[in-house]
Design a protein. Structure first.
Length: 164
């Protein structure tokens, strides 16, 4: 997997899927623009200031609440390349992999705006502002492949094209 480099956006514990993308934004007209509404109630400036490659850093139980796949999809549409959290709600974790958003379980020290470099193949995160490096458990090759492919459905579509 390629290294990821982006600015940190810090959030706390127990950020639920309704905080990530509110249910009232889940209309059929909004499915391709969910990223415009990410964290609208928690951090109204997030969607207009997040840049491609930026990284969400959170505490425990990130993505709890409903099992909506739109939450990691909205983060990805907004340009978020990765979510680092101390722990994830299991369904959010799996949905992230399914849509090709990199979820990393690791406790790190970072402030809003710190520049982070993630080396998935080495299992390290470096905060370039502080010089500290943190280790995380690497993914097996098939999970890395799914994420790099853009998620489960992208992999299925790719395999269908190849088998014809």
């Amino acid at each position: 997997m390629d290294n990821v480099r982006g600015r940190a956006w810090r959030f706390g514990d127990h950020i639920d899927t309704d905080q990530i993308i509110p249910a009232e934004r889940l209309t059929s007209d909004n499915m391709d623009k969910l990223g415009l509404f990410v964290f609208g109630k928690v951090n109204p400036d997030f969607a207009k200031n997040v840049e491609a490659g930026d990284i969400v850093v959170a505490g425990r139980n990130f993505g709890c609440g409903s099992s909506r796949e739109q939450a990691p999809r909205a983060l990805k549409q907004a340009g978020v390349s990765c979510v680092i959290a101390e722990s994830f709600a299991r369904i959010f974790f799996r949905n992230s992999i399914n849509v090709g958003l990199l979820p990393i379980e690791c406790r790190i020290e970072a402030r809003d705006g710190d520049l982070l470099v993630i080396c998935p193949d080495e299992g390290t995160i470096t905060n370039e502002n502080t010089g500290k490096t943190f280790a995380f458990k690497q993914y097996p090759p098939f999970i890395k492949d799914l994420i790099e492919s853009g998620g489960l459905m992208a992999r299925v579509r790719e395999n269908r094209r190849c088998s014809r």
